[in-house]
Design a protein around this ligand. Sequence first.
Ligand SMILES: [Zn+2]
Length: 458
Amino acid sequence: MSLDQVLSRIDTDLDAAIDRLMTLLRIESISTDPAFKAECDKAADWLVADLQSMGVDAQKRATPGHPMVVGHVRGDGPHLLFYGHYDVQPVDPLNLWKTPPFDPRIEDTPNGKVIRGRGSSDDKGQLMTFVEACRAWTAVNGTLPCSITFFFEGEEESGSPSLIPFMKDNAAELTSDIALICDTSMVSPGVPSIASQLRGMLKDEFTIHGPRIDLHSGHYGGPGLNPLKEIARIVASFHDDTGRVAVDGFYDGVHEVPAEILRQWENSGFDEATYLSSVGYSRPHGEAGYSTLEQQWSRPTLEVNGLWGGYQGAGSKTVIPAEAHCKITCRLVGDMDPDDLRIKVRKHVEDRLSPDARVTWDNDLEGAPASVMNTDRPEFELARQALSDEWNREAVLVGMGGSIPIAGYFKTILGMDAMLIGFANDDDAIHSPNEKYDVQSFHKGIRSWARVLDALSR
Ligand SMILES: [Zn+2]
């Protein structure tokens, strides 16, 4: 067996691989809208048939929602699980699409050829990079280099309601040595990236109450306590002048980024100027002393998402309102504990209330800790080397400002570490009109997986 033969098979089969992806892209598998239930089913059927055609023991598995696709190939060596999702986001506003979302096509653009259509990047195109690598491997060698479990979900874009129960019910079948996930992007074009830390989330919402009723600002202005002034003062106290969160104990569980990882970030080709200027910023506004990437990936935040109260209609109203409201979210990193943090944030507010003010808390949603991948596992360095070979560029372990819950579920439910490798670009317009996937992402993505499989199976 030879990796070179697999890679050249991928090159010669590229047009056929694109045709297969186009077929999958024509299926309108919008998971959130019940009108497309049959289409989701059709996408699952198509994937089962495609896996079976390459010798995978694949099945469509029912859930209370859209079906899962699970397939196995038993072989020597390590046991890898690959996760992707076949459902897509809704397509509206439809009038902003330049071509029909489910009539995919290849387009020439100033940055090269792209595959245009809903799901081309998120996640059908990415999912198929792995499938095509396995197809080429099987075509050349008659089998795969290790045991592989394929695990495709059809509800990722609608909150994954069936995922946790399905994982729990099928834990023995799904548990493998490590999970591979292809649903992320590269830090900048052409820079292969392994996402190794994703921030967690805590949401809360509070109301500050003052007088029993809205008051006349002439009768009570002066002696009256104004909840809007109260909430403004407290919200302003969340951060100090250096951008650091001033809540006592907020940074418990936050770790500094190791020097080697910081070096990779500095060499990642991240275009800070474009990232900032594209939304109208001239500089980063987070914690002083940390780079823009650190502020986005490895530092926690406390963000005010909504702040309101009092009279908001036309004209003016001379009122001291009875209530003022605030919605906040925190992004969590490292070992920060969302339950503990909720107590600290609430204490910060309660400790600062004036006499006659009181606070009520309106949101008891569960928080999610950060997902920090176990990059000490040898698979990370092996994959990093394989990706560097394919892209002729050092692959980097990157962070992500947002959350991908699936990585955490593999850990908490199945006890498995996960490795997130994706080939999307930031301009792919995922979830937006005119979604695309670069042909280069697809082609080199397939080649990348062939190299990763080779590296991990040795
Ligand atoms: Zn996705």
